[in-house]
Write a protein that binds this ligand. Structure first.
Ligand SMILES: [Zn+2]
Length: 384
């Protein structure tokens, strides 16, 4: 049983997989497959509901074109909103992984938490402000041309309205929504306590989530409006997001309090120069894992994944050393005995490795922090 771990500052790991569509200001924009559902739903509603009601004289094809174009511009507005978050983050020195469009909208995947309350406030406010800017822009364009045909004016007004809704909805004070982040930054600024402010903002997130679920359910039961299903889904998602943000925070708190030497396991490594065949026979089978540090004179020089032995023909395993398939490492891959355990977790996440070698003051290899070891400890510590 694994404990959900602090994955890169709360990055959303979503359902199915994603594909990249663009790169703007050095930030990858990608689409999660789940987004295709919401894109189809919005396009369908516009093409067969909204536009035919307003333009009964137009052909179905024209309404479908109008609906599709409006839908695309709407999701471009969502990307614009996320770019605003990401650019402010980037300007303040935070690393951006990417922007993902998914079932419930957009998400900027930022590698770490902001360092100060001010940075968090600016980052969070940038999104709703950018949506507000677009709302005004679409409204101004739609109303500045008096003789604009309704077929142009209505989509512009729709886009103005939907961006306004986006700005307002995101300002609802439930973490991790923008409004919840703004709330956290304000409490953080006042109390100087990052953990406390996150707890309060996440509690706000849960209240908003249950409110949405209750509202959606009452729409369905009282009015028979099935679009309430959507609110319920967003509510569940938000509740989940608030819980996991809080969980990550607890994990960081727990691992910040304990030193590496208290959690480290036996220093198992494969000596540099060992043949691949020996690594597989004497280590993989015995320790039931594929990953080992490689040591030379008691110092760690690399990490080997014996799955990579596949890249060498099997009849060459006796004469090829593990050094050929190992990944050389530097000091950014190791922790020292006195480091906090949190540092080992950050290294695992950043380098995508499951074991972090521990060294002592003399640079000698003395132990290992493993992800199973951390999971086990966290499961005990976080037990309710
Ligand atoms: Zn936002």
């Amino acid at each position: 049983v694994g404990t959900p771990r602090a994955g890169k500052g709360g990055q959303i790991v979503f359902l199915t997989g994603a594909f990249k569509i663009a790169r703007i200001f050095g930030i990858d924009i990608e689409i999660d497959y789940s987004w295709l559902i919401i894109f189809s739903l919005v396009t369908w509603t516009l093409s067969t509901g909204f536009y035919p009601i307003n333009f009964p004289e137009l052909s179905l094809n024209t309404n479908i074109i109008l609906g599709t174009v409006t839908s695309i511009v709407f999701f471009a507005s969502v990307i614009f909103h996320e770019l605003a978050h990401s650019l402010v983050a980037k300007i303040n020195g935070l690393e951006i992984h990417k922007i993902t469009l998914f079932l419930f909208g957009g998400a900027s995947q930022i590698a770490e938490e902001p360092q100060t309350a001010k940075v968090e406030f600016k980052m969070a406010a940038a999104g709703p402000l950018s949506s507000l800017f677009l709302a005004v822009l679409f409204w101004v364009v739609s109303s500045s041309f008096a003789n604009l045909l309704p077929i142009y004016r209505l989509p512009l007004l729709f886009l103005a309205e939907i961006n306004l809704i986006l700005a307002i909805f995101n300002l609802v004070p439930g973490f991790p929504m923008d409004g919840g982040r703004i709330l956290r930054s304000i409490i953080w600024h006042i109390t100087k306590d990052f953990y406390k402010s996150t707890r309060i903002a996440a509690a706000g997130g849960k209240i908003v989530a249950f409110g949405l679920i209750a509202w959606g359910a009452s729409r369905i039961i009282l009015v028979g409006d099935i679009s309430g299903t959507w609110m319920i889904l967003i509510g569940f998602f938000l509740n989940q997001a608030a819980s996991s943000s809080l969980q990550q925070l607890k994990i960081k708190q727990v691992l910040q309090k304990i030193e590496v030497k208290e959690l480290m396991e036996n220093p198992i490594s494969i000596p540099s120069g060992s043949p691949i065949s020996e690594g597989i026979r004497d280590y993989v089978t015995k320790f039931k894992t594929d990953n080992f540090p490689v040591t030379k004179n008691n110092q760690v020089i690399g990490i080997v994944d014996l799955n990579d032995a596949k890249s060498v023909p099997e009849d060459k395993w006796d004469e090829t050393t593990i050094d050929k398939i190992m990944k050389p490492i530097d000091s950014s891959y190791v922790v020292s005995e006195e480091d906090k355990a949190l540092k080992a977790l950050s290294i695992m996440d950043a380098k995508h490795i499951s074991k972090v070698p521990v060294i002592n003051k003399l640079n000698k290899f003395v132990g290992l922090i493993t992800d199973q070891g951390l999971d086990y400890y966290l499961t005990l510590e976080l037990k309710p």
